[in-house]
Design a protein around this ligand. Structure first.
Ligand code: AVJ
Length: 317
């Protein structure tokens, strides 16, 4: 096992023990994405109830000419996360990108994703940056200004304070004159949201339960996965969908060398997915050093595609 993998395991073990030791048990959503979890997420993006992926892709395609115009002479795209095989090429073509930088925590996943992308675009210079995009990063020398890309409403996985800190750190990483193209899911009818996060085919349930399977596989867990149920609930006060794993009976198990017990009905909170009105999204932009430039949505306002520009202090008395 490589040092990087062992370090990852230690972090996973520490975060699982910490999360399961809280009075309200939780596990960070980033641990959904092992190989099986990533494959299940791919399936989710194709579900009839899960509107975000197809709506964002349609918005990118529809507004490609606008994106090209807003980008002006910028030819460098910096994506936060390893990116999506379908969405990223649309933006790259829209702005006639010459350089593409992808920042991702998982080096292996990154190299694989970028190989495929570069293979189809011989003229494109592809720069993988292995790193944690929640922290400000120093990028290698690049043609500027930069165009940041943060798709899929991944921003929704962060609480408001963390989201603002993250967007500020993007502003710092990207520098003066930058644009940020960001997909943000909208607040909508809770029935649509609950269906999107609890689909009829049960794929999202499998995705959620895979978190327990992963703990059993990687951390010597003895979790009785069959004794848990998937639950998705809209929390209006927080403006977020929550995903939980509900214990259907009293149970106990080992994980990462510790013993845990749960009572029937107790839950493990595995994900928050925040939704934003247009006004809320704009406040978030301005609170984090960005100025809203353009906004597009579909006729049903299911999803929002925003373009922001790096704010400078110009004009301050
Ligand atoms: C990848 C975080 C944007 O919140 O919609 C999908 C993850 N969770 N179904 C989302 C997810 C359940 C997704 N994000």
């Amino acid at each position: 096992m490589s040092d990087a993998v062992e370090a990852m395991d230690a972090t996973f073990a520490r975060d699982v023990v910490r999360g399961l030791s809280q009075p309200h048990k939780s596990i960070p959503a980033r641990y959904f994405y092992d190989l099986r979890g990533s494959a299940l997420f791919e399936q989710i993006t194709c579900l009839p109830e899960y509107y975000p992926t197809r709506t964002e892709l349609a918005l990118l395609r529809l507004h490609a000419p606008d994106l090209g115009r807003l980008a002006g002479d910028s030819r460098t795209v910096v994506e936060f996360g390893a990116g999506s095989a379908t969405k990223t090429p649309v933006l790259l073509d829209a702005v006639k990108a010459e350089t593409f930088v992808a920042i991702d925590i998982s080096g292996e996943f990154l190299v694989q994703a970028l190989d495929e992308l570069a293979g189809a675009r011989p003229g494109l210079r592809v720069v993988p940056v292995q790193g944690d995009f929640t922290q400000p990063l120093t990028l290698p020398p690049l043609p500027r200004p930069l165009i940041g890309f943060f798709s899929g409403s991944t921003i929704g996985n962060f609480g408001h304070l963390t989201a603002v800190n993250l967007l500020r750190s993007f502003r710092e990483t990207l520098g003066e004159g930058a644009l940020l193209v960001i997909g943000i899911d909208t607040r909508k009818n809770p029935h649509l949201l609950e269906a999107a996060y609890d689909d009829a085919a049960g794929v999202t349930g499998e995705f959620n339960l895979n978190m327990l399977g992963r703990i059993n596989r990687e951390l010597g867990g003895t979790i009785p996965v069959d004794a848990f149920e998937h639950r998705a609930v809209w929390h209006d006060g927080y403006g977020r969908i929550e995903m939980h794993l509900v214990a259907t009976r009293d149970l106990s198990f080992d994980a990462a060398g510790q013993r845990f017990a749960m009572a029937a009905g107790e839950t493990i909170h595995t994900e928050n997915s925040y939704k934003y009105t247009l006004a809320e999204a704009r406040v978030m932009a301005r609170a984090s050093g960005w100025e809203p430039l353009a906004y597009w949505t579909d006729p049903e306002e299911l999803f929002g595609l925003h373009v922001w520009t790096a704010a400078s202090e110009a004009g301050q008395p």
